[in-house]
Ligand binder design. Structure first.
Ligand SMILES: *Cc1c(COP(=O)(O)O)cnc(C)c1O
Length: 408
């Protein structure tokens, strides 16, 4: 049995403790929603203030040239590529995940003009599913929805692109990127992976696995801030044939040539659409700096250890009163643990009132994320303790916890 004192010892011995010290979290809060929005760093305010007062305030329009604003999409892309097992020119940071899925799905379909089918994961994150439907409708393609496990053994001989989230947003199940990618390629299809719940917590090796395309957001385990720009990965072998359906001027070969017709820029600059939101890049750069020396294997091991500690404590205190939705095997699980309970919404609200911040996904799933860059072992222990208190004491039955918020 693990005691709270054991957890204090584990925190003291944790080599990632120095990384946690770089994050600014409110005292008395156990923050388990880093899979939805990571916290700021202790330098975020200073870096954003410097940006506003010095760069924007003094350099004004020259900031585009002199402060690297225009280069931010590819510059931050180079930093992210290192963390995704990709080469430096293969990642660009721009737009939202939603917009990037749209762009890369269209690009994939154009790279396979003779194929009539898009294969998409069933029960994927809604934005991914909605865009698959929209792109298929506008390109006159059919959608074939498969469980990720079935994608690995399906025949993809008539398929343009196979689209799947690496880590499932609700269950945290890790899907088999190697096998699904190989199966897609065997049929001549491309693959598009959504890494939103992987980057920063689960190791990803895009080049080694021969992945074609990927997208993901940076405000979850990468802590980039609310609305931080997302990213696109495109394997270098596809750069020549890559077309962006959103032919914006900043993806043009010579934006300041103001030519009357579109010509794509070299490399992934062509995936940039319009003017980047510079403060959002400043916030993301600050977050990436804070975790630059944290090895992803070490982060992943810690996330698994925290999850195991939490699951063990929940089992010990609550037995079968909550149902494990996530895979039991920690290597098959991303950064969060999903538990189901008929009153899951109310329980999450009661926990928030105690300063334990998780979230809820309809119909009955409570998510508790273990962001390894800032979470402590004591957090995992305390979360299980408070969850058990809320359930044993039926604290969640207080009617105020039943009031539904728009963001859950
Ligand atoms: C979080 C998440 C998104 C979010 O998309 P936005 O455009 O940033 O709102 C998309 N897909 C998946 C799988 C996600 O987990």
């Amino acid at each position: 049995m693990t005691t709270r004192d054991d957890c204090v010892e584990l925190d003291l011995a944790d080599p990632l403790g120095r990384v946690r010290d770089r994050f600014a979290l409110p005292a008395g809060t156990v923050y388990l929603a880093g899979n939805s929005l990571g916290p700021p760093t202790v330098h975020s305010t200073e870096r954003l203030t410097d940006f506003a007062s010095l760069q924007w305030g003094h350099h004004l329009v020259a900031g585009w040239r002199n402060d690297g604003w225009m280069d931010a999409p590819l510059q931050l892309g180079r930093q992210l590529a290192l963390r995704l097992g990709a080469s430096p020119g293969e990642v660009v940071v721009c737009d939202s995940t939603t917009v990037n899925i749209y762009k890369l799905l269209h690009a994939a379909v154009r790279m396979r003009p003779d194929r009539r089918v898009i294969v998409a994961a069933d029960e994927d994150f809604p934005t991914d599913s909605y865009l698959v439907d929209s792109v298929a409708a506008s390109a006159g393609l059919q959608v074939r929805r498969l469980a990720p496990a079935a994608m690995a053994s399906a025949d993809h001989g008539d398929v343009a692109v196979v689209v799947c989230s690496h880590v499932h947003f609700r269950t945290a199940e890790v899907h088999d990127m190697a096998t699904i990618t190989t199966a897609a390629h065997a049929g001549g299809a491309l693959v598009l992976w959504d890494l939103s719940h992987s980057a920063g917590v689960v190791p990803v090796q895009l080049t080694a696995l021969d992945v074609d395309l990927a997208v993901g957001c940076t405000y979850k385990y990468l802590n980039g801030g609310p609305g931080a720009p997302a990213y696109c990965f495109v394997a270098e072998r596809h750069h020549e044939s890559l077309s962006n359906p959103l032919t914006g001027w900043l993806g043009h070969a010579v934006p300041f040539g103001f030519e009357p017709t579109y010509r794509p820029a070299a490399g992934l600059q062509r995936l940039v659409t319009g003017t980047p939101s510079v403060p959002a890049y400043v916030a993301l750069a600050t977050a990436l700096d804070a975790t630059a020396d944290a090895d992803i294997e070490v982060l992943h091991r810690k996330a698994m250890a925290l999850g195991e500690l939490f699951v063990g404590e929940v089992r010990r205190r609550l037995g079968e009163q909550v149902r494990m939705v996530s895979p039991v095997d920690p290597t098959r699980r991303g950064g969060h643990v999903a538990l189901a309970h008929a009153c899951g919404y109310e329980i999450v609200q009661a926990l928030i009132a105690r300063g334990v911040i998780g979230d809820f996904r309809a119909p009955d799933v409570m998510r508790f994320a273990f962001s390894p860059s800032f979470q402590r072992y004591t957090d995992a222990f305390d979360a299980a303790y408070h969850l058990a208190e809320v359930i044993h004491g039926e604290e969640y039955r207080d009617p105020s916890f039943a009031v539904r918020q728009t963001v859950t």
